[in-house]
Design a binder for this molecule. Structure first.
Ligand SMILES: C[S@@+](CC[C@H](N)C(=O)[O-])C[C@H]1O[C@@H](n2cnc3c(N)ncnc32)[C@H](O)[C@@H]1O
Length: 225
């Protein structure tokens, strides 16, 4: 994450997909970036909000928790300066990578960490989407993105679940980390897309008012917020 942060403009618009309780969202918000923390599990976002408040005013103001499912269309194209997706891609079908790419502004970054698995590990992992070695990087290269950082850690796979609850108690898996830059350069002209599925419009309005006053005015005129 530090490597990506070094490449960010101040006050960048961040989407943290599957933010959980905010490991990355809180870090980026505390640095002054405008973070939308999206997660399917409201309880994680409540914890994230509590942590943001205890971190102080900057983090609390800069973070917008949104309950949502990334596999349902929620945003339009070219929206965020940086999209972070760490250890969430296993829960969604692989075309999601194209969606993450689409909602990144030209010149913006994706920071992705995902599990790697061979086909036999894939079958052991039932519904999970595991990537083959090199697959994620190739998905970005094929789309013309510049790879700014990439590493893969290959380890024997093991998973343990609690027999009663079915919850995963420990997981060891190979993983891939990637920072990639979308072709083009960042310019305010590319800010073209309102959020369409956020129900709490007052918080959303506040988010855009602070993140991008010009865009905020545009959304107000459109009646979107
Ligand atoms: C392993 S945690 C990773 C949390 C965080 N990104 C990190 O690296 O610390 C995966 C998170 O993805 C969320 N998640 C799972 N499926 C999702 C979906 N379809 N849309 C949004 N979030 C999802 C889970 O609720 C969980 O908080």
């Amino acid at each position: 994450m530090d490597m990506a942060v070094a490449q960010l403009e101040p006050n960048s618009l961040v989407l943290d997909v599957g933010s959980g309780n905010g490991r990355n969202s809180l870090y980026l918000a505390d640095l002054g970036h405008q973070v939308m923390a999206l997660d399917i599990a409201p309880e994680y976002l409540l914890d994230l909000e509590r942590q943001a408040l205890s971190l102080g005013r900057i983090a609390a103001q800069n973070i917008l928790p949104v309950v949502g499912d990334i596999s349902e269309p929620m945003f339009r194209e070219d929206m965020f300066d940086i999209v972070v997706a760490n250890y969430v891609l296993q829960y969604v079908d692989k075309p999601i990578v194209h969606d993450l790419q689409d909602l990144t502004k030209p010149g913006g970054l994706n920071v992705v960490e995902a599990y790697i698995g061979t086909p036999d590990q894939q079958s052991a992992k039932r519904q999970w989407s595991l990537y083959e070695p090199g697959e994620l990087k190739a998905l970005y290269q094929q789309a013309g993105w510049e790879i700014r950082g990439h590493s893969e850690t290959l380890r024997p796979f093991s998973i343990h679940t609690d027999e009663l609850s079915g919850k995963i108690t420990s997981l060891v898996s190979s993983s891939t980390k990637l920072i990639a830059k979308k072709p083009g350069s960042l310019t305010p002209l590319h800010r073209s897309s309102p959020v369409v599925a956020q129900k709490d419009t007052s918080r959303l309005a506040e988010y855009w008012r602070r993140a991008d006053p010009e865009w905020y005015e545009h959304l107000v005129q459109l009646g979107e917020i």
